[in-house]
Design a protein around this ligand. Structure first.
Ligand code: NAP
Length: 341
């Protein structure tokens, strides 16, 4: 007989057999995420929750979850979960780092190239019947080869983006919370920069930090004012790192040349957003990790975290390991946990 109850907030590309051996699994079958009230009712009854970044796992929900042992998020980012509240209630939180690094770095490059070489505009131009001849000045964009790429946040994805830049003979500068060791800088061929310098000299700026109190609206009017008028901004991290109103002002006034976003604030972007009127902006619907193989691996990792948490084992990828030290009486239970926003 199944020992545990689990709620999974969406259909996933994965086999639930191993999980079903220890738990009764209920999977939300709709295309849209479960409404908050449904989540709230579910967490009052289950031992495990497998959720996505579209599910707001906030403090009231966590405080209502009296039986919940583990929250397993199928994503690397976890800014939708109140980690402090979960840690305070000794609920383990798992996530899926690493397996989506390459897919997200690949999409970042797809956006860098599409924005620079105006691929989406070119497609629209062709389909609307405007391609009537070869023109010397049609849809010109900047060189990628030899340009300066500024990477903000040199973690797993930032590094994978830097590796790919080597093939384009770019000058790559980065700013991150901590400077990385000299041997890593050397092997990636990258230079550390202040944030202000990165803004001023980069031809392309790509964002790879988590969303936190520190990075919320990190790109706003003051930052766009410092950027080159030819600069292209790429965001495949989290939408709220860029202030959407300031981005609209910067793009519509030519303060920067173009942008490409895989993430927006809010998500999905409202159809009445003025950003959607701009030709110098590309938006994809949060598909950074959307390769067949990656999504399968993410789902498998999320299940592995869930099973470990239910069985009182160490999560292979735990966001709040402070819960373990708390349980062993060696910590205050909050050390090492992240503040979410
Ligand atoms: P990661 O390995 O944790 O890297 C994040 C990097 O950002 C770390 O080097 C971190 O520094 C740095 N950082 C944190 N706060 C900063 C700040 N205020 N200023 C400068 N640097 C800062 O994470 P990752 O796996 O590369 O993923 C990065 C983010 O991408 C995730 O959090 C997620 O939100 C997003 N993502 C999006 C998609 C998508 O589908 N579009 C897919 C995957 C991930 P420390 O080492 O000092 O902490």
């Amino acid at each position: 007989m199944s020992q545990f109850k689990v709620f999974v907030t969406r259909r996933l590309p994965v086999d639930f057999t191993a999980l079903e051996q220890i738990a009764t699994v209920e999977v939300w079958q709709e295309r849209q995420p479960p409404p908050y009230e449904v989540l709230l009712e579910q967490v009052k009854q289950v031992d495990g929750l497998l959720c996505l970044l579209t599910d707001p796992i906030d403090r009231p929900l966590i405080e209502a979850a009296t039986t919940l042992k583990v929250i397993s998020q199928m994503a690397v980012g976890y800014d939708n979960i109140d980690i402090l509240a979960a840690t305070a209630r000794k609920i383990l939180v798992g996530h899926t780092p690493g397996v989506l690094t390459d897919a997200t770095a690949d999409l970042t490059w797809a956006l860098i190239m599409a924005a620079a070489r105006r691929v989406v505009e070119g497609d629209r131009f062709t389909r609307s019947g405007q391609w009537t001849t070869w023109e010397p000045d049609l849809l010109l964009g900047p060189n990628i080869t030899g340009a300066t790429l500024g990477i903000l946040g040199l973690g797993r994805i930032g590094q994978a983006v830097a590796q790919r830049a080597r093939g384009f003979a770019m000058r790559v500068i980065y700013h991150s919370r901590h400077r990385c060791p000299p041997d890593l800088e050397q092997s990636l061929g990258i230079e550390y920069s202040s944030f202000a310098h990165l803004l001023q000299v980069s031809d392309f700026i790509t964002i790879h930090t988590p969303l936190s109190e520190d990075t919320h609206h990190l790109f706003s009017d003051a930052q766009f004012e410092q950027m080159k008028s030819s600069a292209i901004l790429i965001n495949t991290a989290r939408g709220a790192i860029v202030d959407p109103d300031a981005l609209y002002r910067a793009l519509s006034r030519g303060q920067i040349a173009r942008a490409a976003l895989d993430v927006t604030e809010p998500e999905p972007i409202p159809m009445e957003s003025p950003l959607l009127t701009l030709d110098n902006l590309i938006i994809t619907p949060h598909i950074g990790s959307a390769s067949v193989q990656t999504r399968r691996k993410m789902a498998e990792m999320a299940i592995a975290n869930l099973i470990a948490g239910l069985n009182n084992q160490v999560l292979p990828n735990c966001v709040n390991p402070a819960v373990y030290s708390w349980e062993q009486g060696t910590g205050d239970g909050l050390q090492g946990s992240s503040t979410t926003f």
